[in-house]
Design a protein around this ligand. Structure first.
Ligand SMILES: Cc1ncc(COP(=O)(O)O)c(C=O)c1O
Length: 496
């Protein structure tokens, strides 16, 4: 294997099916940049010894660099390439007008520390996006500081703690349904609370009796997503919220599934006190790829004094100022959050308007229900009540009859040109396939997706070994995921 700085001119990899890394493409002396001639006096910097030694970085031409990243991009699947039914992630098409808004130089070139007077446009964007979000969620005020859903969860839990402590109470427990997303218990632990699990009933919803048994004066609150991770609307939500409130707790809405209910049901009217939304799902920024995202947290009026600060507020002269709420939990972000993501969300919300956002949710639910019906029979539907924007199917019977697992099915689906659904989540469903088509897939794409899944179920019964070998048409087949996760190689040229 070539080492940093070595020549790749004779690399057998170039032009072959295996693509070389930048290090393997390196040829001493090549450059991907050129600088104008020096027209100021040269200064020799007094650098420490370590800074004088050269670093073995790849030396490549601009063309090599562009080819490398273009080739890599062609190996990726993306929402702009095809259907991406990755349950719980809302991988929908994001209108390009949102990119235009986020790239606008007037916003893009603004430094986060710009004085208020010179940043009135950006502050107005935050206020307007907040107004939309509070209208959609039925809340009073919101912060855009949290840069992800999980960070919104932690922020919400810290607000809960501050609220209880302000009343002179120390509460130690948070209730979470057994179907919850993994970030919920993780946030609870980081927030210094103990997680108490609440079982689901045979309808796939929170077991209200079991919830009541767990409520006491140590419970700070309940975290819930509605529709839940099985794609089902928690029909007993009002009773659930009342029970938690009677015990002195607060109810937190994990708004990662907001795409199902916009303009139809407001979390604030369901009894929730704190809501986070994943702008990088519902509002025009793709989820995944490591960010950036935005998990704004909105709260009821009684919790506004505890919000992270500062928040934009219009003063008596009509100037928008940064104001820190009276009992604020402090900052949860170095600056004001991922502003570009907020811009994209505002562009999306303004382009669609209230009616348009409602249609998004209606169509998301319709698509999921249509697909669920098409798969009925060849796939198990363990919680068979009308789904919302996603549903959880199961390959339990296929596994029992043919040895075909959920993993085999989704790998084979990739050969058909679709992204895989989420698998093995929620944990309470055996061989789970969590499918979220989103509103942006056409009827034709939905039929093609269903056709591919049905054909795979047919192959499972006639030639299951063909599925164990899938995928065979993707740039990468089946990596050893466990080894990749446990034996990380984070630098090139290390031990094999
Ligand atoms: C139900 C649910 N809650 C919370 C999260 C966490 O959001 P994030 O990935 O932005 O931290 C997700 C993410 O997929 C989710 O699906």
């Amino acid at each position: 294997m070539l080492k940093p700085g070595g020549s790749a001119a004779s690399s057998p990899l170039i032009g072959g099916s295996e693509e070389p890394t930048l290090i393997e493409m390196s040829v001493a002396g090549r450059r991907a940049w050129s600088l104008p001639a020096l027209d100021v006096p040269e200064v020799v910097l007094d650098l420490p010894e370590q800074a004088k030694s050269s670093v073995a970085l790849p030396e490549v031409s601009e063309h090599d660099l562009v080819m490398h990243y273009t080739r890599l991009s062609h190996r990726n699947f993306s929402v702009d390439l095809g259907a991406y039914p990755l349950g719980s992630c809302t991988m929908k098409y994001n209108p390009k007008v949102c990119d235009w808004a986020a790239e606008h130089p007037a916003f893009r070139d603004l430094h986060p520390a710009t004085p208020e007077e010179s940043a009135q446009g950006a502050l107005a964007v935050l206020l307007e996006a907040e107004r939309f979000l509070c209208e959609i969620t039925g809340m009073e005020r919101a912060t855009f500081q949290p840069p992800a859903g999980a960070s919104g969860e932690l922020t919400g839990l810290l607000i809960m703690r501050a609220y209880h402590e302000d009343k002179g109470e120390t509460r130690t427990k948070i209730l979470i349904p057994d179907a919850a997303h993994g970030t919920n218990p993780a946030s609870v632990t980081i927030g210094g609370y103990e997680t108490i699990e609440v079982p689901s009933n045979d309808r796939g919803m929170v077991d209200v009796d079991a919830l009541r048994e767990r409520l006491d004066d140590q419970v700070a609150g309940l975290m819930l997503t509605n529709p839940n991770t099985l794609g089902l609307f928690e029909a007993d939500i009002l009773e659930i919220a009342d029970a938690v409130h009677e015990a002195g707790g607060l109810v937190y809405y994990d708004g990662a599934n907001l795409n199902a209910i916009m303009g139809i049901a407001k979390p604030g009217l369901m009894g929730f006190d704190i809501v986070h939304s994943n702008l990088h799902k519902t509002f025009a920024t793709p989820h995944g790829g490591g960010g950036p995202g935005a998990g704004p947290v909105a709260v009821h009026d009684q919790l506004v004094p505890f919000l992270p600060g500062p928040l934009p507020e219009v003063d008596a002269d009509g100037i928008i100022r940064w104001v820190t709420p009276e009992k604020s939990i402090g900052r949860v972000h170095g600056k004001h959050g991922n502003f570009g993501v907020v811009l994209r969300a505002l562009a999306y919300m303004m382009a669609l308007g209230g009616d348009g956002l409602r249609r998004v949710s209606e169509r998301a639910v319709l698509n999921a229900r249509y697909l669920e019906e098409l798969l009925r029979g060849p796939y198990d539907l363990p919680y068979d009540s009308p789904c919302m924007h996603e549903f959880v199917a199961s390959a339990r019977t296929l596994k029992k009859d043919t040895g075909t697992r959920a993993m085999d099915i989704v790998k084979a689906l990739m050969d058909e040109g679709f992204h895989a659904p989420t698998v093995y989540f929620p944990l309470i469903v055996e061989e789970a396939l969590m499918i979220e088509p989103t509103e942006t897939q056409s009827l034709q794409t939905m039929d093609a997706l269903a056709g591919a899944l049905l054909s795979i179920a047919g192959t499972a019964r006639t030639d299951p070994d063909a599925l164990h070998a899938a995928p065979v048409r993707t740039p990468v087949g089946r990596p050893d995921e466990a080894s990749a996760a446990r034996n990380l190689r984070v630098s090139w040229g290390g031990d094999e």
